[in-house]
Design a protein around this ligand. Structure first.
Ligand SMILES: *[C@@H]1O[C@H](CO)[C@@H](O)[C@H](O)[C@H]1NC(C)=O
Ligand SMILES: *[C@@H]1O[C@H](CO)[C@@H](O)[C@H](O)[C@H]1NC(C)=O
Ligand SMILES: *[C@@H]1O[C@H](CO)[C@@H](O)[C@H](O)[C@H]1NC(C)=O
Ligand SMILES: *[C@@H]1O[C@H](CO)[C@@H](O)[C@H](O)[C@H]1NC(C)=O
Length: 485
């Protein structure tokens, strides 16, 4: 006995803590803007099967949080931008929000809530400054509410910001600083986060750079790319993620917050709706990023482990396509929980993504264009426009997964999308003289004619939500028939 066991014990504790802190943390964004969402219990099982220990939500969806209870998965709950005004106006509103959407889930169900995200990219230039006055007061009020609820040690507030809150005057990371129009606001937020030991959250998207700047060198988007490096006073940058991330690190440092922890709130690559939105590119991007994550390697300015959330877990077919047709295709899994490509997250033995279990599909039937129907029929254009507006045509068009269909295939794809979204209702495959139901899968090559999954009617929160939507679509369809027939 004596010092030896104590020393060994201390050494073990030290090794353990070093191990814990040198492992990068990988999470997933779980959005629910889908016409047919997978049941939350199925999604939580998927997260666990694939070794995700963290998840980021965009709101405080009751069913999602209930399903996460006792899972051990750490949760970032979100406050949507449209709630910022009310939360900025009153501490009481923030207290109610914390009580209902945080405390209740911890107390009743042991949900491991670790972060509250205030808004989602509220300073995006596209919002024209709509949330500039409400974000910081909402952040302060939610923090006060967390303190009052006795939760401020275990739960940290943060604001997920788009990478356009900073820029570089020189084009190099070392030239980084916050955007001039929000510089003072950013400093107030940084001080507040720092005072409360809260992290800075940033979303970084090499794909978007490639999409918006046609001259962007594509190799620079990837981690294994062979693009010529950017030389920042002797530090070489071989990919956009590192350079962009370190532009932020320089901006923080220049303003006196060089040690503020950084969370990468979203990082990912979509698989359809644009020429470079393809499984092969997505796989290459994610695999490169995951090798970094698994190796615990950061960026030149922050060489330690990275804490990041992939964007995203599952496709969301009800998202706005204002940003581009790719917006509904960010998932590493498709709408029904099928992996889109092989990806080693470094957590499971197989090195492959594990699909959702026990997914309930509708019947194996599709709505297609009748072989006898004539392409010149004037109803074709009317029907296609109508269905595309209400269904999803983002996989059609130049260099997309269904971009090689002929005109008939195109029309069938549109009809089927509408039919599946409407839960295969007979009335949803009655395009006048043009459509029919078939039991033969019309999928060809990369173009998948999907079968919808069973609608999820929800637990306590949204039992009737989807049913009402379906009814709304059917009523709309009957109205359409009445107008055009
Ligand atoms: C809790 O969160 C949900 C979902 O984001 C929101 O609709 C609701 O208003 C919140 N409750 C309170 C009391 O703020
Ligand atoms: C921002 O302003 C532009 C141009 O005035 C307008 O087209 C757009 O709808 C506005 N966006 C928002 C979110 O207010
Ligand atoms: C990178 O830049 C530094 C000075 O900024 C220079 O000394 C060095 O030679 C450059 N390295 C390369 C490979 O160009
Ligand atoms: C198929 O539909 C897409 C989107 O509506 C359109 O851009 C494309 O030209 C169509 N292709 C054919 C062969 O009709």
């Amino acid at each position: 006995m004596g010092l030896f066991p104590v020393a060994v014990g201390a050494l073990l504790v030290w090794i353990f803590s070093v191990t814990v802190h040198s492992v990068s943390e990988i999470g997933a964004n779980w959005g629910i803007q889908a016409t047919h969402r997978l049941p939350p219990d199925t999604v939580v099982r998927m997260l666990r099967d694939n070794g995700f220990q963290q998840v980021k939500l965009f709101d405080a969806d009751y069913d999602s949080l209930r399903a996460l209870g006792k899972s051990g998965i750490e949760v970032m709950v979100g406050i949507p931008n449209d709630m910022l005004a009310s939360l900025s106006g009153s501490v009481e509103a923030a207290e109610k929000w914390v009580s209902k959407n945080v405390s209740a889930h911890i107390n009743a169900n042991n949900v491991k809530i670790k972060y509250v995200a205030i808004g989602n990219e509220p300073f995006l230039k596209a919002y024209n400054g709509s949330f500039l006055r409400t974000t910081f007061p909402a952040l302060r009020n939610v923090q006060s509410a967390l303190i009052k609820a006795g939760l401020s040690n275990q739960i940290k507030v943060t604001v997920p910001l788009n990478a356009d809150v900073y820029e570089s005057s020189t084009g190099l990371p070392s030239g980084g600083n916050f955007r001039a129009d929000i510089h003072d606001l950013m400093l107030s937020i940084l001080k507040f986060l720092s005072d409360n030991r809260a992290p800075f959250t940033v979303n970084i998207y090499p794909f978007i750079s490639l999409y918006t700047e046609p001259s962007f060198p594509i190799e620079y988007a990837f981690f294994d790319g062979n693009s010529s490096p950017l030389n920042d006073s002797g530090t070489n940058y071989y990919n956009m993620f590192d350079a962009n991330h370190d532009t932020l690190v320089w901006a923080l440092r220049k303003n006196g917050f060089g040690n503020l922890p950084i969370i990468v709130g979203e990082i990912g690559w979509p698989t359809d709706g644009y020429a470079y939105a393809k499984g092969l590119y997505a796989q290459r991007f994610y695999q490169g990023f995951m090798s970094r994550i698994s190796g615990g390697r950061g960026t030149p300015m922050r060489p330690g482990p990275i804490h990041a959330y992939l964007f995203s877990l599952i496709d969301e077919d009800a998202k706005s396509i204002d940003p581009g047709n790719f917006e509904r295709h960010w998932g590493i899994f498709s709408y029904d929980g099928l992996p889109k490509y092989a990806l080693n997250l470094g957590k499971t033995n197989s090195g492959a993504l594990i699909p959702a279990r026990n997914v309930h599909y509708l019947e194996k039937k599709w709505c297609v264009m009748k072989p006898s129907a004539n392409l010149d029929n004037p109803q074709v254009a009317i029907s296609v426009n109508y269905a595309c507006a209400l269904a999803d045509c983002t996989s059609l068009g130049y260099q997309t997964s269904c971009g090689n269909l002929d005109s008939r295939g195109n029309i069938s794809y549109v009809f089927n999308s509408y039919y599946q979204r409407n839960n295969q209702l007979d009335q949803a495959c009655k395009f006048p003289g043009l459509s029919m139901v078939t039991k033969t899968d019309p999928s060809v090559g990369s173009c998948r004619f999907g079968i919808m999954i069973e609608p999820y009617y929800g637990g306590a929160g949204g039992r009737f939500g989807s049913r009402q939507r379906t009814l709304g679509l059917v009523v709309g369809f009957i109205f359409f028939l009445w107008i055009f027939l």
